[in-house]
Design a protein around this ligand. Structure first.
Ligand code: BMA
Length: 329
């Protein structure tokens, strides 16, 4: 039995695995939980991050407008399933006008560290890079410096300092629909200056694991377990019909997270359902958040479906650790 190291969350959204289901991750039976038009202005709501907050949950949502501009919005939920998303995007306060200029914002992650909720997202600053901000209450938001130079995406913080430093995974990229991309690890003493970069893992170019052959990117905040950091990520293949996004799982060393202990050659979830295969960008499952309950080992994954709607899926720490170890290469 594997253990999640963290707090218990008795009200984590949950459904049991359907009888006879043979994949390690299963879907909420009323998916999608957020429809594309959940706020007035939206064309689509997907690739969004949620977290426990007070007695319920809060989140930061990617809502693309009907002009198809990308921005992030705060939202709230009592049960983690039914969400009320603000009609207006997040406005950040901060010291430097240059950094507060908004080009576009998308694919947020939310991570509680020490005393506040940090938000990272793909931030337009002469190309995509990693924006960083924080909030204490999901009402007032502060933006600090971009973590990296452009071009970069999928900036994902670890929930505590490791070796005395804040840590972030990211995926250096280009200014378009990047046809490459490995996951790297960076460290910082102050969440402003990042360095001591380490390579974590690469794409798999051959047919050992072809679904992750074009690019990979970290998904939810890594989950601390007694086996190491459980990393759910997305992996992409280039097909004759374009890019297809699936979910994979790896276990990273607890003290040196750039060292991969196990990595599954099989995906843990792929676009099978209609709402994952049909939408603005077909064939995309894109995980950005996970809730965990250390008591039961339950994990609830929030993921974007076909760049259009938001889905919820379930697994347990045992399922993922066992699957990843058994199918590691
Ligand atoms: C990536 C990002 C994601 C999106 C994916 C599939 O480059 O833009 O937000 O889900 O492409 O379109």
């Amino acid at each position: 039995m594997s253990k999640i190291i963290g707090s218990s969350l008795p009200n984590i959204p949950w459904q049991e695995k359907p009888d006879g289901y043979d994949m390690p991750v299963w879907r909420y039976n009323e998916n999608p939980i957020i429809q594309r038009n959940a706020i007035k202005s939206s064309n689509s709501i997907f690739n969004s991050a949620v977290i426990r907050h007070k007695d319920g949950f809060a989140g930061v949502f990617r809502c693309d407008s009907k002009a198809v501009s990308m921005d992030i919005f705060a939202g709230f939920s009592e049960d983690g399933v039914h969400w009320k998303i603000n009609e207006n995007p997040i406005t950040f306060l901060g010291d430097d006008e240059e950094i507060l200029k908004r080009e576009y914002r998308y694919d947020p992650r939310v991570c509680f560290i020490e005393d506040r909720y940090y938000i990272t997202w793909c931030n337009g600053y002469h190309g995509p890079t990693i924006g960083v901000g924080y909030t204490f209450d999901f009402q007032t938001f502060y933006q600090i410096e971009n973590a990296f130079l452009p071009y970069n995406r999928n900036g994902v913080l670890f929930p505590r300092k490791i070796n005395g430093k804040y840590c972030m995974l990211s995926r250096p990229s280009d200014n378009g629909h990047t046809p490459f991309g490995d996951i790297f690890y960076s460290q910082s003493e102050d969440l402003e200056y990042w360095g001591h970069h380490r390579h974590v893992m690469s794409t798999i170019k051959d047919d050992v694991s072809a679904w992750q052959g074009t690019k990979i990117g970290a998904g939810p905040i890594p989950i601390e377990t007694d086996e190491g950091w459980l990393l759910i990520y997305h992996g992409v293949i280039t097909t004759c019909n374009g890019l297809v996004y699936r979910m994979g799982c790896a276990i990273l060393d607890i003290d040196q997270p750039w060292k991969v202990k196990y990595r599954s050659k099989y995906y843990i979830m792929a676009p099978y359902e209609n709402y994952e295969c049909v939408g603005d960008v077909p064939n995309v499952v894109f995980p950005c958040a996970a809730l965990t309950d250390s008591e039961t080992g339950r994990i609830a994954i929030y993921y974007g479906c076909a760049d259009t709607v938001t889905g919820l899926a379930f697994t347990t720490v045992d399922e993922l650790v066992q699957f990843t170890k058994e199918n590691s290469f």
